[in-house]
Design a protein around this ligand. Structure first.
Ligand SMILES: *[C@@H]1O[C@H](CO)[C@@H](O)[C@H](O)[C@H]1NC(C)=O
Ligand SMILES: *[C@@H]1O[C@H](CO)[C@@H](O)[C@H](O)[C@H]1NC(C)=O
Ligand SMILES: *[C@@H]1O[C@H](CO)[C@@H](O)[C@H](O)[C@H]1NC(C)=O
Ligand SMILES: *[C@@H]1O[C@H](CO)[C@@H](O)[C@H](O)[C@H]1NC(C)=O
Ligand SMILES: *[C@@H]1O[C@H](CO)[C@@H](O)[C@H](O)[C@H]1NC(C)=O
Length: 665
């Protein structure tokens, strides 16, 4: 349970930062009229327009944060016809008021809206606590159909948006590694579509974004993984603010337990809008299905606004937001407001988990995950009531601890970079008010003696050519995989295809981060004619007599960090290659194909990612297929395997290898 000292630690760090505003600690006020709701304290004031159902005005001190932009609001892709922004005619509102356990007053507002009165209710909660300059957000959706239960199915997208349109904001940041000036108005007015939601700015070479970051822009460049540090947003460098001060607007993922798909989930964060994607299928992830009785409350997350001196850079304002990046921050406040937010689980109903993990040699970045019992963490959307937690395991002591876990039964998953195979154990029981303990002997999986491995098992294809390596051409040096993928022209890099020689080749140069079936053509603005014969890669390696003596079975493990079948990102079947046959041939002899299921398909590399929905297969064969001396493995996608895309997206299927390993036993 969080201790009071934890809470006061934040109270102490908070004070000097907010002293920036130089106003006396005064009162918080809130009011509701027929047309609007207003809430303000000494720092922040909001105005919610009841006709729209969202916050349309927001000020930090005297600085307007939104302009006439759409505002701060909830929307979804979740109704029978698709997308919906709740809050218009038919929405209901409630103003809350109270004091938390530290006697700090707060106000809150709820907007609820039942779509066409079909029994699908979306609710958005915003709370302002006195002394703070941010809004605590909860979002909720319930489905109790009045007529046709099948009218609604997938909760495909559920998100909140801080969407300004004023000139204040000059920069965007998704992580400390990925930030840039926002593209200017001229660049945007002269942009050219090169792919769905992807633009070339090559007509405005002197735009600051183009000069510093890239000639292309897509919001997917600013995707982040949920395992990462969840603080992102926008910044004003002071050139545009009324008083010359710098400003920040940040989304803080102070809790992550009500998202889905585990730490591997990655999503959009900021592109001129500061997002909180609560649910999405981006990068191939699964979504929850809304059956009768569906009920889910997401949050809290925190939209934080700050102001700095004219010389404070983007990192300084982001670092200030970091103080709230802790699931124990403000626990007593959340316990108090739990009475207004159905479905939010307060701290007396939570427990703790501790483990000691024996970490195998060669492991790094070991993580421990508690998630829905019985399923892979990336599939926890199949249980819409599930919660998820993770923590980094101390590399020296092997200790790991997670606090504030909703009482329940969990699957424990442990994995590490450099290690093939996950440790998995179901049935971990966490009781409210107690600490559960586990002892974990985490070993690398094995199917005999290792002949070779390619890459690093880390659930990503970032270690290969054009992955994590920085782009040398622009001063901000973004990771290459974040750039428009067509810049990484496969036929230029590999005029004779990928022919990897174990012991000689370097996977960071000689193995591409994507294995395409066909390269170029539709949705490739740089190479408009397709290049075929890129679909077979070879791996050559030597075997000695001693290595295979008395060995009968060979196991070739292929782990994929992502795969796009013809099922695309939404897993729709019905096209050739929706179920994708991937063939491995050993010295010219085809093994049984791995038919990669449609429901494992992702949009990955073409959406700037190297870690998407992960999948793996073991090809098992008799060692008689191996030769003493030179051997060739062929990694084969079908020739010219494409699908029909409704948006401007490349039609080819592709794989992104995580790591490969050959063993004999
Ligand atoms: C809010 O509602 C009150 C009462 O109807 C009205 O007087 C006021 O003008 C409204 N505020 C704005 C900004 O429209
Ligand atoms: C602020 O950002 C804008 C937009 O990138 C840029 O033009 C301007 O030079 C910057 N000003 C300062 C003081 O850094
Ligand atoms: C994906 O489909 C396979 C059958 O092709 C099924 O066994 C599996 O459970 C499905 N996975 C999920 C997460 O729905
Ligand atoms: C690619 O590999 C597959 C599987 O072994 C094989 O059938 C096909 O002939 C190969 N294509 C080329 C062009 O070598
Ligand atoms: C590749 O596939 C496309 C779409 O099916 C087809 O139009 C094209 O002719 C094929 N090209 C080759 C060389 O097979």
């Amino acid at each position: 349970m969080p201790s009071l000292s934890k809470v006061s630690r934040f109270a102490i760090t908070l004070a000097p930062l907010l002293a920036l505003f130089q106003v006396a600690h005064g009162a918080i006020t809130g009011a509701e009229t027929a047309t609007n709701i207003t809430i303000s304290n000494d720092y922040l004031s909001l105005y919610l327009d009841k006709a729209k159902g969202y916050i349309t005005k927001l000020k930090l001190g005297n600085q307007d944060l939104l302009g006439t932009g759409q505002g701060l609001y909830l929307d979804c892709y979740c109704i029978p016809t698709g997308a919906w922004t709740p809050g218009g005619s038919g929405a209901t509102f409630e103003l809350f008021q109270g004091k938390d356990k530290l006697q700090v007053p707060y106000y809150g507002v709820r907007m609820s809206h039942d779509y066409n009165n079909i029994g699908e209710v979306l609710s958005q909660y915003w709370f302002l606590r006195d002394g703070e300059s941010g809004l605590h957000a909860f979002s909720r959706i319930t489905y109790n159909p009045v007529a046709n239960p099948a009218a609604v199915q997938g909760l495909q997208e559920f998100r909140t948006l801080f969407r300004p349109n004023n000139k204040l904001w000059t920069h965007l940041l998704s992580s400390t590694d990925q930030w840039a000036p926002l593209p200017g108005a001229e660049a945007i007015s002269k942009q050219i579509v090169v792919q769905d939601a992807t633009w070339s700015y090559n007509r405005t070479p002197s735009d600051p974004y183009v000069m510093q970051m890239s000639d292309y822009f897509t919001k997917y460049m600013f995707s982040e993984e949920w395992r990462g540090t969840g603080v992102w947003g926008m910044y004003s460098n002071g050139s545009t603010s009324a008083d010359g001060s710098t400003y920040g607007a940040w989304l803080v993922q102070n809790t992550k337990d009500s998202y889905f798909n585990g730490p591997i989930h990655s999503d959009l964060t900021v592109d001129g809008i500061v997002y909180n994607y609560l649910v999405s299928n981006h990068h191939g992830d699964g979504i929850p299905y809304m059956t009768t009785g569906f009920e889910r409350t997401f949050g809290p997350q925190y939209y934080y606004f700050n102001k700095g001196n004219p010389t404070d850079d983007i990192h300084k304002l982001r670092a200030d937001a970091m103080q709230f990046y802790d699931p124990l921050w403000n626990t007593q406040f959340y316990d108090t407001i739990a009475r207004h937010v159905p479905g939010y689980v307060s701290s007396p109903n939570r427990g703790k988990w501790h483990a000691k993990v024996s970490i195998p040699a060669g492991a790094s970045n070991t993580i421990a995950i508690l998630s829905a019992n019985g399923v892979d963490p990336q599939d926890n959307n199949v249980d819409y009531k599930s919660y998820q937690y993770w923590a980094e395991v101390d590399p020296v002591t092997g200790e790991v601890e997670i606090d504030s876990i909703v009482a329940g039964t969990y699957r424990l998953t442990v994995y590490a970079d450099g290690i093939f195979g996950d440790y998995v154990k179901d049935g971990i029981v966490v009781e409210a008010g107690h600490t559960a303990h586990s002892h974990v002997t985490f070993k690398e999986e094995t199917a005999g003696d290792e002949i070779f491995r390619i890459g690093i098992p880390d659930k990503s294809s970032g270690e290969y050519l054009h992955g994590y390596a920085k782009d040398p051409t622009k001063p901000l040096h973004p990771a290459q995989h974040r750039l428009y993928w067509a810049l990484h022209d496969f036929p230029t890099d590999f005029p004779n295809g990928v022919n990897y020689e174990v012991g000689k080749s370097d996977y960071s140069k000689d193995f591409n981060y994507v294995h395409w079936s066909v390269f170029g053509g539709y949705a490739n603005s740089l190479r408009t004619q397709p290049v075929y014969d890129v679909n077979n890669w070879t791996v050559t390696f030597d075997i000695t007599q001693a290595q295979v003596k008395r060995k009968k079975t060979a196991t070739f493990t292929v782990q994929l960090a992502g795969v796009k079948t013809a099922a695309g990102n939404t897993d729709v079947t019905g096209q050739p290659y929706s179920y994708l046959p991937f063939i491995v041939a050993v010295n010219g002899k085809d093994l049984d194909p791995w038919i990669i299921p449609a429901n494992q398909s992702s949009s990955c590399a073409v959406r700037s990612a190297v870690r998407c929905y992960n999948t793996a297969h073991k090809f098992v064969f008799g060692t008689e297929l191996l030769s003493i001396g030179k051997n060739v493995l062929t990694l084969s996608l079908p020739y010219n395997a494409t699908d029909i895309e409704t948006a401007i997206l490349p039609t080819t299927v592709y794989l992104q290898y995580d790591a490969l390993r050959l063993e004999v036993d």
